[in-house]
Design a protein around this ligand. Structure first.
Ligand SMILES: *[C@@H]1O[C@H](CO)[C@@H](O)[C@H](O)[C@H]1NC(C)=O
Ligand SMILES: *[C@@H]1O[C@H](CO)[C@@H](O)[C@H](O)[C@H]1NC(C)=O
Length: 469
C-alpha cells in the first residue's frame, strides 16, 4: 500500500512537471492575453454601445456544422435600415488557433470552442457600431459578427472521434452564409467580408468563396484586419508561428481544404500563411495591419519559448522599453511584411493601411476605428480609409513611415503586463507544487514510519487538488 502511494507521488510529480509545457494555466493565461489584445483593451469604451444578442444556427448540427465540442455555432445580427437595408457586413470573430489535440480539447471548455460558453450578447463597436458618428459608412448596414468556435479560422472539415473533437469550420461558415442569405443577404446590393486576427486570416481564406456565394450582381469586397501573419524567424532563429500553423494544419487535416492554387506549388503549412495567398485573390481585398503587430511580437517573434532569458519581456509589454537592437529586429519584421504584400498592392482593386503602431485589431475597437484621436496616416482615419476604398471614392494604399514617427498610435501596453505576470505566477506556482510533491515523496522513501506516511498522504492530497485547480 505504501509502495503504491509512493509511486503515485512520483507519478503526480511527473504529471505536474509535464503540464508546465502546455499546462491549462498557460492556456488560460494565453486565452486572456488574446482577449485583451483583441477586444478588452478598449481604452475608453464608447458611451453605451448597442448590445446584440447571440443567435444559434438551428439545424446546423444536421449538416455537421458544429463547434469543437459539437454545440451549435452562432452569430450576432443587427439588421440594417434606410440606405443600408440591402448592404451586408459579415465580420468573422478571431481568437487564435488550437494546434494540438490537447489544446483543442481545452478549447472545448471556452467560448472559442463551444457555444455553451459564448456571451449571450456582445457590444457592437467600431466597424460594427450602429451610430453614424462612430462608423460613418457602415452604421446602417446589416452587421453580423460570426462567432469563432472551430479553432482553425473557419477552414477545417474533419473530426477526431477518439478525442471527441469536431473540426467543422468550413461547414460553420457555409451554414452561417446560408442562414444569412435566407434572412435577406440573397438580395444584397453591397457586401463586405471582414474579420480580425484569426478572423482576419479567415476573411482572406474565404474571400473569393464569399464572392461566389452571394449573387453575381452584389458588389463584394473583403477586409482583413490584423490577419497578415508573417512566416517570420523568431528572436532565437526558429520559426514559432510556422510550427504552430503546421500543428493546426495537421490536427485538422487542412491540406485538403486550403487553396489548391497554393497547395499545388507549396507545402500545406505555407498555404495557411496569407503572404502566399493574397496576390492570387481575385476579389478586391483591403489589408489593415499594424506593422509591429503586438500579437505577432508576443506570440510569433518573441514568445517566452524563444526568449528563455526574458530579454524581450519588457519590450513585449511596452514598446517604450525596447532597446535599439530590438527596434532594429522589429524594423526588419516590418520590411518583411511590406515585401510580402508588394505584388498584392500593385492591383488597383486592393487597399492597404499599414500603420507603424504596436496594436492588434483596429477595426472593431471604437478608439482605433473612428474617434477624435484615433490613429491616422496623413490625417486619414482607418474608418475613412476603408470607406474610401470600399465605395471607390479614392484609392487607398497607405503605408506609414517607420516607428517612431507616428504619434497617433494607440499602442497596446499597460494591462498586457498583468497578463504576462499571470503567466509567470502560474509557472512559479507550478514549480513550487512540483518541488513540494517531490519533497513529500522523498520523505516517504526515507522513513516508512506510519505517522509520516499519514502526513504525506495529506500533503500530497492537498498538492494534487491544488495543482489540478
Ligand atoms: C486523434 O486524437 C488522438 C488522441 O485522443 C490522437 O492520439 C490521434 O493521433 C488523433 N488522430 C489524428 C488523426 O490526429
Ligand atoms: C492635417 O490636418 C491639420 C488640421 O486639420 C492640418 O493643419 C494639416 O496640415 C493636415 N496634414 C496633412 C498631412 O494633411
Amino acid at each position: 500500500m505504501k509502495c503504491v502511494w509512493f509511486l503515485c507521488c512520483f507519478l503526480c510529480f511527473g504529471v505536474v512537471l509535464s503540464r508546465s509545457e502546455d499546462g491549462f494555466e498557460d492556456l488560460k493565461a494565453r486565452e486572456s492575453l488574446l482577449s485583451y489584445l483583441e477586444h478588452d483593451a478598449v481604452a475608453e469604451p464608447a458611451p453605451q454601445p448597442v448590445m446584440i444578442g447571440l443567435t444559434l444556427i438551428q439545424g446546423a448540427d444536421s449538416k455537421g456544422a458544429v463547434c469543437l465540442d459539437g454545440t451549435l455555432p452562432g452569430y450576432h445580427l443587427d439588421p440594417g435600415s434606410g440606405s443600408g437595408a440591402n448592404s451586408w457586413l459579415i465580420h468573422l470573430e478571431g481568437g487564435g488557433w488550437c494546434n494540438t489535440i490537447r489544446n483543442c480539447v481545452f478549447r472545448k471548455t471556452t467560448r472559442r470552442g463551444s457555444s455553451k460558453f459564448m456571451e449571450k450578447q456582445l457590444p457592437f463597436t467600431g466597424i460594427l457600431s450602429n451610430k453614424a458618428e462612430e462608423n460613418p459608412d457602415f452604421y446602417n448596414w446589416n452587421r453580423v459578427k460570426l462567432r469563432y468556435c472551430d479553432g482553425a479560422s473557419f477552414s477545417g472539415d474533419s473530426q477526431n472521434e477518439s478525442a471527441q473533437l469536431n473540426f467543422r469550420g468550413q461547414r460553420i461558415w457555409l451554414a452561417a452564409i446560408e442562414e444569412l442569405m435566407a434572412k435577406g443577404m440573397q438580395n444584397a446590393e453591397q457586401a463586405l467580408l471582414s474579420g480580425c486576427s484569426a478572423g482576419g486570416l479567415a476573411s482572406i481564406l474565404h474571400c473569393d468563396e464569399f464572392r461566389d456565394l452571394v449573387p453575381q450582381t452584389t458588389k463584394v469586397k473583403c477586409l482583413s484586419d490584423a490577419g497578415m501573419f508573417i512566416d517570420a524567424v523568431d528572436v532565437s532563429g526558429g520559426r514559432t508561428l510556422r510550427n504552430m500553423f503546421a500543428g493546426v494544419v495537421s490536427v485538422q487535416e487542412l491540406q485538403k481544404d486550403l487553396s489548391s492554387t497554393c497547395t499545388s506549388q507549396l507545402d500545406p503549412t505555407s498555404c495557411f500563411f496569407p503572404q502566399n495567398l493574397v496576390a492570387n485573390i481575385k476579389t478586391p481585398l483591403f489589408l489593415l495591419n499594424a506593422a509591429y503587430d503586438v500579437w505577432q511580437l508576443q506570440s510569433s517573434l518573441a514568445p517566452s519559448s524563444a526568449d528563455p532569458l526574458g530579454q524581450w519581456k519588457d519590450c513585449k509589454a511596452d514598446n517604450a522599453h525596447c532597446d535599439s537592437s530590438q527596434i532594429q529586429f522589429l524594423q526588419d519584421f516590418r520590411n518583411e511584411m511590406l515585401n510580402t504584400i508588394k505584388v498584392f498592392s500593385e492591383s488597383d482593386l486592393n487597399g492597404l493601411f499599414i500603420n507603424s503602431c504596436f496594436a492588434h485589431c483596429q477595426s472593431e475597437r471604437q478608439d482605433t476605428w473612428f474617434a477624435n484621436d484615433s490613429p491616422v496616416i496623413g490625417n486619414k482615419s482607418i474608418a475613412k480609409s476603408v470607406g474610401d476604398w470600399y465605395f471607390d471614392r479614392v484609392a487607398v494604399k497607405t503605408i506609414d513611415c517607420p516607428y517612431p514617427c507616428d504619434n497617433t498610435c494607440h499602442n497596446l501596453v499597460a494591462h498586457t503586463d498583468d497578463v504576462i505576470s499571470t503567466i509567470t505566477i502560474s509557472q512559479s506556482t507550478r514549480l513550487t507544487f512540483s518541488l513540494l510533491s517531490l519533497l513529500s515523496a522523498f520523505l516517504m522513501s526515507l522513513t516508512f514510519s506510519n505517522a509520516l506516511y499519514e502526513v504525506s498522504v495529506l500533503v500530497t492530497h492537498t498538492i494534487v487538488s491544488l495543482s489540478l485547480h
